[in-house]
Write a protein that binds this ligand. Sequence first.
Ligand code: ADP
Ligand code: MG
Length: 378
Amino acid sequence: MGKINVTMLRYLSKEDFRVLTAVEMGMKNHELVPGSLVGSIASLRHGGAHKILRELCKHRLLTYERGRHYDGYRLTNLGYDYLALKALTSRGVVSSFGNQIGVGKESNIYVVGNEDGEPLCLKLHRLGRTCFRRLREKRDYHAHRNAASWIYLSRISATKEFAYMKALYDRGFPVPTPIDFNRHCVIMKLVDGSPLCQINEVDDVEWLYDELMNLIVKLGSYGVIHGDFNEFNLMLTDDGKPVVIDFPQMVSTNHANAEMFFMRDVNCIRDFFRRRFGYESEFHPTFKDITRESALDVEVSASGFTKQMEKDLLVGIGVQSEEESDGEEADIDSEEPVSESIEIEELRKHVNQIIIEDEDKTRKGTSQAVSSSSTAPP
Ligand code: ADP
Ligand code: MG
């Protein structure tokens, strides 16, 4: 696990980023974005997109590939990382990059520094290369929407994580302090402590068990279930308090399988305490113990993480089957195919808007949630 590769970040010019952003936009509708289309979307004052495209390929921010119907450019993971990190450094949220501290199932975790040299946690969401292939085979008419599905899925995963972390933090839940997000990157405070999976001894096992079970019930009373509440997604601070992390898979207590998800979370903790600490309690919560106080899931969807994004994400990470998620397909189906000139005009506007947002030093994640949902998913 090394350092995050940001060597090129400060050498890339405004025009380089403009072209990279143009490819990102082109990927909304194209699996491979033809060079001429990139040129039109980027509309550089003095032309020369092709030369820049070649450079970006050399630095592995893009690849050039031969497709079945035409050739074109594709944004790489690294290219997408650069777009997000550029935005976060422009805003002054991040100013230095450190070591990788974790590889999760669907993320890479790094330490970064802010302008005051304080260490923060950067989570890069990486989703969707495989899941969506399956999806694409099944739904031809969705093919264009899924062309850049890994970009879309990684982005909505980070959007959801930030939205829930913030909502939970604001309500006093023990979660990392959320700082900001952009695209597939979430910035939060580092938790001083270790994941529970690395802990072999605790001062008061019974207290910790009760604390965790109470957390599961309290989440439920706010209308949500963590969905992956286990020793890998719980940290223990140096003074022995639990902190919950990792929120992309959270589901509503109104989900058709809510009770199953709830009991799975409860049982993960019971099993872990039995295995690790030889601790068994007669008491554990059940779904009926939830007293519904408010609906965090509804509030979060109102703040920019839409119902459609939620469905796409849950299908993408395999929490929900497509069958369950069907029902509101009509609005997608009825989308008119756009003509090329309208498309270029639209994408050009998006590039301009995104460049402005990425360079805006004052913009923080909270307001961004709304603006990124107003641009159509790929
Ligand atoms: P994934 O979704 O890939 O499982 P997680 O959010 O669970 O990613 O993070 C993976 C690992 O990174 C965690 O187990 C933990 O060790 C570390 N980690 C994540 N967030 C933080 C944080 N805020 N502070 C310190 N370590 C963290
Ligand atoms: Mg995890």
